[in-house]
Design a protein. Structure first.
Ligand code: IVH
Length: 711
């Protein structure tokens, strides 16, 4: 159903925009604002959209068209004026005394010239050199507003939609750099201090280590960790998270704060706040550019993430004169920094062998600090990437880190190449097990880009990766059996294949291997592990099929197979009969809707391997496998919305689009709150930042491929 449409022609929402009277338009804008806000809140709070994107976009577009026709009717709560995400969370709401605005961006010298010319025009200045501007770093954290009354901290809030934020008073009190009482007697009676809450690099790394240790999800960057830590319902948790606060401006103030931005900054310092340094009072455009270039140079030595510099008119009366737009002030602008790059040396190239034998080359780098993050590895994607870029051990290379993306090698600096350097020989044998390598022929007749190890269950790497897959969340979901533990048991010879997991507890006594006495294990952790292993024994049929790690069999295919055969013994009987392609069993499996010959052959080949067949037969003796109809009619990614930015190295944009659409998802051209995933290739555009602002899940090319493959 389309929300704006209705069968009755008399209703306001049925009248085309160009036929609306002013009174009707006003009514309609109120209705649209309420509806859009409701859908936003369903989306943000419940992660649950009750209308399609298409319907949502129609509402937005209608709202925009009406506002364009009747600008005087634009409401204060109009969706087109909302800054950032609308809020609807478990936190109480707080109204800001003055709106918290965003900043408009400039990207180059020309944008800067245009900005300064515009400001001079508004100020009736004929020479840009008469303009004083304060330049300071733009910290990549989350903004907060703190209200002080008679010098005492009263309320802390997030930005929210710009007019109303979340009440985080208890949490802001435990952030470093937030005074509970202001340090000056003559400060204004009422004062809204604005600034950025952020986490510094060391604390971010420590927090992720701890999260990992406790089996909790890690944060992808310091900004997300700051946001997650500040928005904890228990301020005790926030206190442990080591957050910091920089003050950079003020909102409402009951008396005149100061005459210049520069002096006001100093005053903020005297009140007890930490300032974002280095800052500079610039007297002409050249000084601004000098400052910008200095910041690029020192960026990697800063202990926190920055994504730009901010220029602010120094004279407060000039700030007032140029004023603000709806979303951002005219008196300030953000000059964005380029993607972070660095030059380092490839010390080695290792080959990582994945679950299906795929051999991924990884560059081990001479450690380099790029934008405050120590980079030691970069992915080289595949054999072809190395060939194409002629990447060699010992080469000096330019690497790039863009947001959350795994660092990439952009290019080799050939002028620095040593005379005796040798072309990298991609191994002809698996470095883990010595088996021969192979590349498969794709359905279009071309050879795939990935080189694989042919060792199967004789390759230790593949075995360990397979075990990891077997216990993973969509498979047997065995908590407490992570990579570290699997490696440990594998090394001790206690887990060699799937069934050994279920013999662990018995063997613990039988072979006098007492888990509780092993380093890193206590009595309780051993009991917990056995409990979760025992719990996993009762397993739904499709989970078991997925857990086996058969090539091309993701969750969705496993469901199709499970829905078709319904019983594991029958399934095993049928797939073994299917090894003879003349049988009905073979025709059956390749004819299952959604399976087809490629996947069907892969399943049949898997069980045709005697070792695999025996392995599964012995495994199922330990399990209690049940079948439940899984309803496979919905596609794996149905209704999800993807946006792509930057270029992908494993596939063209069109191929990516096709793979996404095949799984039931849509590809959109722009970032909006309705987007679920942003796939980031190399040299991403501004979509990356927008997506971060909306907390949209960012997928590197590798994450994206994993997601596609998990189907
Ligand atoms: S001044 C009226 N100064 O960037 C707007 N903002 O992209 C006043 N930010 O919402 C903002 N560092 O959260 C200002 N030195 C700085 C900043 C800064 C980071 C954030 C702030 C703002 C966002 C806009």
């Amino acid at each position: 159903m389309l929300v704006v449409m209705n069968t009755s022609p008399k209703k306001v929402y049925n009248i085309p925009v160009d036929k609306l009277s002013k009174i009707e338009a006003k009514k309609e804008l109120i209705r649209l604002a309420a509806l859009i806000s409701k859908y936003n809140s369903d989306y943000y709070k419940n992660n649950n959209s009750i209308i399609s994107d298409y319907e949502y976009d129609i509402l937005w577009k209608r709202n925009k068209l009406i506002e364009e026709r009747f600008p005087s009717l634009i409401q204060i709560n109009s969706p087109s004026l909302v800054v950032g995400s609308d809020i609807d969370t478990d936190f109480k709401k707080v109204k800001h005394l003055e709106p918290m605005l965003s900043l408009s961006n400039i990207f180059n010298k020309k944008d800067l010239d245009d900005y300064l010319t515009q400001v001079c025009k508004l100020l009736d200045l004929n020479n840009v050199d008469n303009l004083e501007i304060v330049a300071e770093p733009k910290i990549d954290g989350i903004s907060a507003s703190i209200l002080y009354k008679n010098g005492n901290l009263m309320i802390g809030s997030t930005r929210g939609n710009g007019f109303e934020g979340e009440d985080i008073t208890e949490n802001i009190k435990v952030v470093r750099g937030v005074p509970l009482k202001l340090g000056l007697r003559d400060c204004p009676e009422l004062m809204e201090i604005r600034g950025e809450v952020y986490m510094n690099h060391e604390d971010f790394i420590e927090l992720n280590k701890l999260q990992k240790k406790n089996g909790k999800p890690t944060y992808s960057n310091p900004r997300n960790s700051a946001s997650g830590s500040l928005r904890q319902l228990d301020s005790g948790v926030t206190a442990k998270r080591k957050l910091n606060f920089f003050a950079y401006t003020w909102g409402a103030s009951s008396n005149y704060f100061d005459t210049t931005q520069w002096e006001a900054r100093k005053k903020l310092g005297k009140l007890g706040f930490i300032l974002n340094e280095p800052s500079k009072l610039c007297k002409n455009p050249n000084q601004l550019i000098e400052y910008y270039n200095e910041i690029i140079e020192i960026r990697s030595s800063l202990n926190f993430d920055i994504d730009g510099v901010v220029y602010k008119l120094n004279q407060i009366d000039q700030q007032k004169k140029v004023g603000v737009r709806t979303r951002s002030p005219r008196w300030a602008v953000a000059h964005k920094l380029p993607a972070e790059k660095g030059i380092t040396v490839i010390e080695n190239i290792d080959i990582q062998v994945g679950r299906t034998g795929s051999m991924t080359p990884v560059a081990r780098l001479k450690p380099i600090n790029v934008g405050g993050v120590l980079i030691t590895n970069a992915t080289l994607h595949n054999y072809h990437e190395i060939q194409k870029k002629d990447i060699r051990v010992g080469d000096s290379v330019v690497i790039q880190r863009a947001g959350d993306v795994i660092p990439q090698v952009l290019n080799v600096i050939l002028s620095k190449r040593k005379k005796n350097s040798k072309k990298f020989n991609f191994p002809k044998k698996c470095p883990e097990c010595g088996s021969a390598t192979l590349s498969e022929t794709l359905s279009n007749g071309e050879l795939e880009k990935t080189v694989r190890c042919s060792g199967g269950i004789n390759c230790s790497s593949q075995v360990i990766e397979n075990l990891r897959h077997f216990v993973s969340i969509n498979a047997l979901n065995i908590e407490g059996l992570g990579e570290k533990q699997i490696r440990f048991f594998w090394k001790e010879g206690l887990i060699k294949d799937f069934k050994d997991i279920f013999l662990l507890e018995k063997n613990n006594y039988k072979i006098k291997f007492n888990l509780s006495n092993q380093p890193g294990w206590g009595k309780q952790s051993a009991i917990n592990l056995y409990n979760s292993i025992n719990k996993s024994k009762k397993v739904e049929m499709y989970r078991l099929i997925y857990a086996l790690g058969i090539r091309h069999v993701g969750v969705q295919t496993a469901k199709l197979l499970s829905d078709y055969y319904k019983d594991i013994s029958f399934f095993l009987k049928e797939v073994s009969l299917a090894s003879d392609k003349k049988t009905k069993s073979y025709i059956d499996i390749i004819s299952i809707d959604g399976v087809g010959p490629k996947i069907g052959n892969s399943v049949v080949n898997y069980f045709n391997n005697k070792q695999n067949f025996e392995l599964v037969k012995r495994l199922i003796d330990h399990l209690d496998i049940f079948y439940k109809f899984t309803n496979t009619s919905g596609l794996f990614l149905s209704d999800k919305v993807f946006v792509l930015t930057g270029s992908l190295s494993n596939m063209s944009r069109n191929q990516a689009k096709m793979s996404i659409e095949k799984l039931g998802a849509k590809v959109s051209g722009s970032i909006s709150p309705k987007v679920d995933y942003l796939v980031v290739g190399s040299s991403p555009g501004s979509k990356l930042n927008k997506a971060k602002q909306l907390n949209i899940k960012i997928l590197s090319e590798e994450d994206f491929l994993n997601l596609l493959q998990s189907n």
